[in-house]
Ligand binder design. Structure first.
Ligand SMILES: [Zn+2]
Length: 65
């Protein structure tokens, strides 16, 4: 059976796993602030707090909660 011919040190193992977390950060959705209400929302998506995207009302937002 094929086997690794050397044990990877803890440093090597940590470096490999650290790349995974760097990738998570890179693939995190880009956030921007809404031009209408100023809330933080995902880029190229309607604002969750006011429901507007590029100045137009896209999603109906419940005002009473
Ligand atoms: Zn907004």
């Amino acid at each position: 059976m094929p086997n690794p011919n050397a044990k990877f040190s803890k440093a090597r193992r940590s470096q490999r796993r650290a790349q995974y977390y760097n990738r998570l950060e890179k693939n995190a959705p880009e956030l921007t602030s809404c031009s209408n209400c100023g809330a933080t929302h995902q880029m190229h998506r309607a604002c969750p707090s006011c429901g507007q995207y590029r100045g137009r009302q896209i999603v109906a937002v419940k005002t009473d909660a």
